[in-house]
Design a protein around this ligand. Structure first.
Ligand code: SF4
Ligand code: SF4
Length: 344
């Protein structure tokens, strides 16, 4: 069975088209303004004003999901742009502008796209409050309940994928669902290592490599984003979205931590960002910060810069603060030092 579901979009055509083409400068301008505002606000925002981030997430979700007229296929865009540049530069700009914008801001203010603008990250974070409650249970009970939930979700996703499987091009039509299922399988490993899941987080680079390979060789696959951003969605991306959101019930922001190819690319770039969270005080190993961070980016007072989404929840507690790192400053403490032995 194969089908698509058209989504409602308020704006059905380019708001500010270039030379009458489909290339719209409106998304670029809107997100440039949002990024610039957020970058200015982040290091200045007091803790009591953290609700501003929620406003930004709601606004961006509205713009991405029902306002803009077309899918902003940021991850594949640069591949299309490279194929088009020189032959049709306007189209190349259309494909590249959002990706270039996100990359530029990530290099200066880290993964603000993930923490402040991405709708999938926003939904994952909201759902992650359930996972945060589970994490507060005694460790044995938390692990057992997590595995139980995960097994149930896996069965449901496999059943859904089988029920609505397409029959024509197996790889391209099923890839998103397989991606979602891979996340659920990874979560069993993550639960075993929780909270020290650094090794599982490296899986996202495999996911990125695979995504890039498929994009470069021209195999068009959908993803959980397609359900949210695209103006029509296929069965596979719906199953993937279901898997991604259900996975977030078990472990906070599971997709963003372990599989999202975009998150992997941005996480790598964020390591060069001068603005970051640091902690220069001695850690008492109370574990408070570990449970506070939605991305599991904190461990014994150290910050995993590639995972931090700049939500600001830890700022002002246990010595965590914003710092603009210059080449002359000391290296900030980093989780790249030897991690603790994983809990068995
Ligand atoms: S990791 Fe991916 S899904 Fe999560 S917030 Fe970032 S871009 Fe969005
Ligand atoms: S390290 Fe702090 S700012 Fe970064 S994601 Fe975790 S809680 Fe948010």
């Amino acid at each position: 069975m194969s089908f698509t579901i058209p989504l409602f979009k308020i704006v059905q055509r380019p708001l500010l088209p270039i030379a009458g083409s489909w290339v719209d400068t409106a998304p670029f301008l809107i997100f440039f303004i949002l990024f610039a505002l957020i970058s200015y606000l982040i290091p200045r925002l007091p803790r009591r004003m953290l609700w501003v981030r929620r406003v930004s997430q709601v606004l961006a979700s509205f713009i991405f999901i029902i306002f803009l007229h077309r899918c902003l296929c940021v991850m594949r865009g640069w591949v299309f742009a490279l194929k088009t540049v020189g032959r049709n530069d306007i189209i190349a700009f259309g494909y590249l502008c959002m990706f270039a914008l996100i990359v530029a801001f990530t290099l200066t203010v880290g993964r603000v796209f993930c923490g402040w603008l991405c709708p999938l990250g926003f939904f994952n974070e909201v759902i992650g409050t359930v996972a945060a409650r589970r994490a507060k249970l005694p460790p044995d009970v938390a692990k057992r309940s997590g595995r139980l939930m995960l097994s149930g979700i896996c069965l449901l996703v496999v059943w859904l994928a089988f029920l609505v499987r397409p029959s024509t091009q197996f790889l391209s039509e099923n890839a998103a669902a397989i991606w979602g299922l891979a996340l659920l399988v990874l979560l069993f490993a993550a639960l075993r290592r929780e909270p020290n899941d650094l090794s599982v987080k490296r899986a996202k680079y495999v996911s990125l490599a695979l995504w890039m390979f498929l994009s470069v060789v021209g195999v068009f696959v959908t993803s959980p984003w397609c359900t949210l951003f695209g103006d029509e969605v296929d069965y596979s991306s719906i199953v993937a979205l279901f898997a991604v959101l259900s996975g977030g019930l078990v472990l906070s922001m599971a997709w963003c931590r372990y599989v999202c190819p975009m998150g992997a690319a941005l996480g790598w770039l964020a390591q060069f960002a001068p603005l970051r969270i640091t902690n220069r005080t001695a850690c008492s190993q109370c574990g408070k910060c570990t449970s506070m961070c939605p991305m599991g980016a904190l461990d014994d007072g150290r910050v995993d810069q590639s995972s931090c989404i700049y939500c600001g929840k830890c700022v002002g507690t246990c010595g965590f603060e914003w710092e603009r790192v210059t080449p002359e400053s000391d290296d900030p403490p980093s989780i790249t030092s030897t991690p603790r032995e994983p809990a068995v």
